[in-house]
Design a protein around this ligand. Sequence first.
Ligand code: ZN
Length: 163
Amino acid sequence: MPDKVAKNVVVSVQYKLWLDDENTLIEESDSDDPMVYLHGHDNIITGLERALEGLKVGDRKTVRLSAEDAYGEYDSEGVEVLDRAQLPPDLEPEEGMLLQIIDDDGGETVAEIVEVTDETITLDFNHPLAGEALRFEVEVTGLRSPTPEELAHGHVHQHGHHH
Ligand code: ZN
């Protein structure tokens, strides 16, 4: 069994995620349902992954990430205005609605509709946490080796992860 967080170790983590500037709790793991991920494969944000490196079961840590190390600075060029004629005809756009968009390479992105007029909609492609400094309070609660299949896929297979 692995004794510390390292590349190719499956890590269980209890966490609380705060907006650091406002001291607002925005997300936390259930006490019986930790986040489980394969370390070293970019499955979680890089700054957090780096901070967890080397921790053992029972270790707690507070990790502060600047916006740049978390979901990036807010990018005003990540906002696009589209002609409503380009939208699927059955879509009723509303401000605050999230759209899942498949790009030319088949990648998925999510954009928020931030403005709707008779002719156009404005989409914001920034991550909802872009521009926010984050604070994670983490506790490592489990370490195990991945299965060969998990290692081949680069992610864990549990919590209903199916292919
Ligand atoms: Zn898989």
